[in-house]
Design a protein around this ligand. Structure first.
Ligand SMILES: [Fe+2]
Ligand SMILES: [Fe+2]
Length: 285
């Protein structure tokens, strides 16, 4: 099967996840300059489960506000449109992809733990480097590997081959895919993000998070997610906290030199944030 055939097949899968209506609506509203806090709050308030989640999120230690936020309008005023939109997107995506059965041995919880870790680390790097929106980087980090879930749910046979090669040949998931699958999880994720009409920066940071391309809509966002993914992956596989940054793109290394050099000083704090984000996002209702 070549790449084109593969993507055509992906297109024809009837139960490929679609975005929940609330995400589509909120995304659309934020592209419209006339959207008011009142209108946005009204749309979110139609989904009570979402309201509960958002209020819990904004009141959690993750954002660290002193006063208690008790309604959506207040949350929008304090956090801003973009942060609220990203919170809605994050909560919805995790929910959409967590229910279905995946390949045996591929733990969806572990998958999300990795994704949340990359999201929180991307957010931190964006805050430090002041190069792009921390919230956009959070969502990019959360979504970067989503293609793996699609592969595991809809292309079980191919996923099985890759999984076996990871376990038996000691390859990374991406390396095994290069050998065995016509398109990799990054391309599948990017394809899905495009289908969902996400911003170009998010499509690109998903598509190129392993093979950095310089001609993307927001290079800084891509380099941040790429770096965070390498940091988290190597941290998760090295218990001594001596991460290996050799796979990081040279341009990203230049951009993040300060953060790479001081990794062992700041990462433990970020790891605490990752734990609290996992507790929030991955807690079953
Ligand atoms: Fe990946
Ligand atoms: Fe990853």
């Amino acid at each position: 099967m070549d790449a084109q055939t593969f993507l055509k097949k992906l297109d024809s899968i009837p139960d490929i996840p679609t975005l929940p209506a609330i995400v589509v609506k909120v995304n659309k509203m934020l592209q419209d300059d006339d959207t008011s806090i009142k209108n946005l709050s009204k749309v979110i308030e139609k989904d009570q489960a979402m309201v509960t989640k958002i209020l819990r999120l904004v009141n959690s230690t993750f954002y660290g506000f002193r006063s208690r936020i008790t309604n959506i309008s207040h949350a929008v005023i304090i956090l801003g449109f973009n942060t609220i939109r990203n919170a809605v997107v994050s909560v919805s995506i995790i929910k959409t992809f967590s229910g279905k059965k995946t390949f045996e041995g591929f733990e969806i919880k572990d998958f999300w733990r990795h994704s949340v870790a990359v999201a929180v680390t991307s957010r931190y790097l964006a805050e430090q480097a002041r190069l792009c929106s921390p919230d956009d980087c959070f969502v990019s980090g959360l979504l970067h590997d989503i293609g793996k879930v699609v592969l595991s749910q809809h292309f079980t046979e191919l996923f099985g081959l890759v999984w076996k090669s990871v376990k038996e040949d000691g390859l990374s998931f991406y390396e095994a895919e290069q050998k065995l699958v016509p398109v990799n999880h990054a391309q599948i994720g990017g394809y899905l993000a495009k289908k969902w009409q996400f911003p170009a920066s998010l499509i690109d940071s998903t598509t190129y998070h392993h093979a950095v391309s310089k001609s993307v809509s927001n290079l800084n966002q891509l380099l941040i997610v790429h770096t965070a993914n390498s940091m988290v992956s190597s941290y998760q596989s090295d218990s001594d906290m001596r991460p290996d940054f050799s796979s990081i793109d040279p341009e990203a290394k230049r951009l993040m030199a300060g953060q790479l050099g001081t990794f062992s000083e700041w990462f433990p704090n970020v790891a605490t944030k990752i734990e609290s984000a996992c507790e929030f996002f991955l807690k079953e209702e």
